[in-house]
Design a protein around this ligand. Sequence first.
Ligand code: NDP
Length: 689
Amino acid sequence: MSPSSVLQSPVLQSFIAGEWLGKQAGQALASPVNGEVIYHTHAEAIDFGCSLEFARTKGRASLMVMDFQSRASCLRDLGKYLLEHKESLYATSLLTGATRNDSWVDIEGGAGTLFAYASVGRRELPSGNLIHEDDAFPLGRDGQFFGSHILVPRQGVAVHINAFNFPIWGMLEKFAANFLAGMPCIVKPATSTSYLTEACVRLMQESGLLPEGSLQLIIGRTGDLLDRLDGQDVVTFTGSASTAAKLKITPNIINNSIPFNAEADSLNCAILAPDVSADSPEFDLFIKEVAREMTVKAGQKCTAIRRVMIPENQVQAVSERLTARLAKVSIGDPHLDTVRMGALASFEQKVDVLAQLEALLKSSQLVYGHEDGFELLGKGSEKGAFIQPTLLLSNDPDAEGGAHDIEAFGPISTLMPYKNIDHAIALAARGKGSLVTTLVTQDPEIARKVVPALAAWHGRVHILNEASSKESTGHGSPLPMLKHGGPGRAGGGEELGGIRGVKHYMQRAAIQGSPTMLSAVTGEYVRGGETYESDVHPFRRYFEDLRIGESLLTHRRTVTETDIVNFGCLSGDHFYMHFDDIAARDSQFEQRIAHGYFVLSAAAGLFVSPGEGPVLANYGLDTLRFITPVPIGDTIRARLTCKRKIDQGKLSPKGEPQGVVVWDVQVTNQHEELVASYDILTLVKKQFV
Ligand code: NDP
């Protein structure tokens, strides 16, 4: 490294209590591409008491003046802003040794997670800051004592301790969920690549979109932060199993029952099923997937394939095909377009990976790689932290240790031959819990047998065959809508998974009380609760004017044989229960009954207010149940009650402001028995934007 680069390299800053902190140089951070010092951490100490206080007061207050819907919009806008400025992030990301392809997952994958959570918020969360988790259910006989569950934002701070391999995605996949839930966060990225996280936080801050105190950044270590947390806080960790184990038992975390979600290193595997022959498309897919997972991010992915399970009779074919593919991977300075695999993220990582490789070689043979003087592209790259993709073959997959226990966090995988599919399942479980596994098979019967066994040990099971291959997002990509995290060695934690990820930052409480009380608390009408009726039809009211519990009891209608015949002819549904007197008599209903869909349509005819009005569209119904049959001669009526209102801040295609209104519908017969029950979903015009 040149002395001038040491002097000139900028000092990174923490973002604490609304201020950028740090002028004096601390630890030097070297580029893994050529060894030059590129940044320094800052030497100034962080006042974590002040940081927590700021998050708990300012951060929480600024998030609580918003609601799920407005925070979802904010996530979308932040995602757009990051994409507009992504090139500056790509430029910085090259310094971590990542190719553009590698960085795509980190940068655009990170922004994509913000978009995904924006859409989770809009589609699945209500207005306000409380989730009513399940429909209230009666606990007593007279319908005046109900139970249900609610979730409210935890009143503390989410502390995220992240790994070095995804400096942006690692932050955003956690931030998106805690932000939507309404919790401020303090992010501590791994020091070695913290300059890229800092660049991203700067952009987010400059966007003007971040509510005050909602995101703070630590460059360097966490000091006494974990000792200062309390029972409303949450800690998430991604990194090594040993650090996870150490931090998890911090006395303050145990004493205050602070949730600690860990995602640690895991010995993921891919299984080539015995039905796949070497000349089938699935065989090629398997080779491609393994090679890709070994080389993307230079194998520094928590999801990378470390153990490659193959039938004993395929060892030669797999070794040859994988070797040929790996030999084509050009390695070197990621600034060059021709480079397919970049450097490890730091020199410390290179030392660590080479040590683990030596340990693996005690129980395996070298198939490809680990050569002295392998070809490197780019000036100065001989001084960088590069490692050649290296393929090993296990001497005895049943033996203790080896690739079942040792993780080399780089482009290194071990072939493990198996005797039959039960043997493969047993070997997969020897990883003691992993984030993900891929099963490559053409046979649905094999999938049916193998996947449930794999699911007990793996957070995600990816089944790959020719049919899914074009659209497959791949073994190594955690998706925002699917859970990420695995049991046992993988840390035992869970992240993402759509709405599930948000709930990690919320507190669940069971609530009990009368329907009116539960309606008041949840903001949702609970059957049996107070209703409000007036001369104005609820469909004639604008979104803002509708009250939860506003209700309409319709006039009655007697169902005739003509109704059934007309509906059958109109719909073409001549099911015997409606048209065959003899078969209907032999059925459990002992007579002909009206179509369930006729009852639905007739109910709509009873409760709809036909004139042009604020109700703009009916876009579906939920929770439909036909409860009591309606024979010819029964008389039905409907009760329509405003159950839930969601203001998504959206406009109709014609530019009119609108909100979602969910209506509870109960159709009853002349004995007051419930005939049909459902929610209808409508879009209702707002008077104001
Ligand atoms: P570490 O477990 O050492 O570090 C992970 C994070 O924890 C970093 O932010 C690190 O900060 C922080 N940390 C470490 N010690 C403490 C502490 N005492 N108090 C507070 N924070 C702490 O993992 P590395 O990033 O060094 O990677 C080591 C190994 O972990 C890899 O070789 C790989 O096996 C595994 N790994 C697993 C990943 C996964 O996603 N499951 C991802 C990355 C790595 P700092 O950087 O400042 O030390």
